[in-house]
Design a protein around this ligand. Structure first.
Ligand SMILES: Nc1ncnc2c1ncn2[C@@H]1O[C@H](COP(=O)(O)OP(=O)(O)O)[C@@H](O)[C@H]1O
Ligand SMILES: [Mg+2]
Length: 224
């Protein structure tokens, strides 16, 4: 699904170069791939390249075999909407909308009617075990529940690839593992590729594959 081919993206920091350097990596369908590594190792930089939010200096990002990293912004935006889903650390739900309305948003952006969006959003929220919270606003839910809404919003449009940057960072330790177990089940049952950046051992423990980064370089890929 996603293939990163020798991508590099460098930032100058006081004469020193930081970023990612010559990383080649796949995120296969139906699997949870975790990008692990200490803070500053390049996880977010790599996710931004994979999510077509940033362009590599060298190398290429391929989606379904097509080179996409240097397409014009409009075309990349279109691909993000049609093929990708995003889950961020926290606080990225629209606070004045209910859980159901938050999940309906990307479906309506894709052109679904209100009734269709409502049906698919309810299904997605049911999948993350939040059927009883459809009409709650984010502020009326726990951090773990909010992240489950964010996951439902990311996968409701049936993207091929879901990207998540430190999705458990705002949760207590006890909630990180179950959230990732849920993502893994969705990867296996819905067939999407999940690529998750994290240094949380509870996240890494759930991975089908772990790609380890250090100083911007890929140092190992371990299959669970
Ligand atoms: N926009 C930027 N400008 C300058 N340096 C950056 C920028 N983004 C990332 N970096 C640097 O690149 C390195 C990798 O950062 P990042 O990808 O955020 O790491 P991680 O997500 O693993 O903590 C760090 O040294 C960071 O300071
Ligand atoms: Mg980061």
């Amino acid at each position: 699904m996603l293939h990163l081919h020798a991508v590099s993206r460098a930032f100058e920091l006081g004469g020193e170069k930081a970023g990612v350097f010559g990383v080649s990596l796949d995120a296969p369908e139906g699997q949870l791939t975790v990008l692990a590594g200490p803070s500053g190792s390049g996880k977010s930089t790599l996710l931004n390249l994979a999510g077509l939010l940033d362009e590599p200096d060298e190398g290429e990002v391929l989606l379904d075999g097509e080179p996409v990293s240097r397409l014009p912004e409009k075309a990349r935006c279109d691909l993000r909407l049609r093929k990708l889903g995003f889950v961020f650390q926290a606080h990225n739900l629209v606070p004045v909308l209910s859980a159901l309305e938050n999940v309906m948003l990307p479906l309506q952006l894709q052109g679904a009617s209100e009734a269709e969006a409502k049906r698919r959003a309810s299904e997605a929220l049911d999948r993350v075990d939040l059927s009883s919270r459809l009409h709650h606003r984010p502020g009326q839910m726990s951090g773990g529940q909010q992240q489950r809404v964010a996951i439902a919003r990311a996968f409701a449009p049936k993207p091929k690839l879901i990207l998540a940057d430190e999705p458990t960072a705002a949760l207590d330790h006890a909630h990180g593992g179950p959230l990732m177990a849920l993502m893994k089940t969705l990867a296996h049952e819905e067939g999407a590729a999940f690529l998750v950046a994290s240094h949380d051992p509870a996240v890494i423990a759930q991975a089908d594959r772990v790609a380890r980064l250090a100083d911007g370089k890929l140092i190992a890929v371990e299959e669970a």
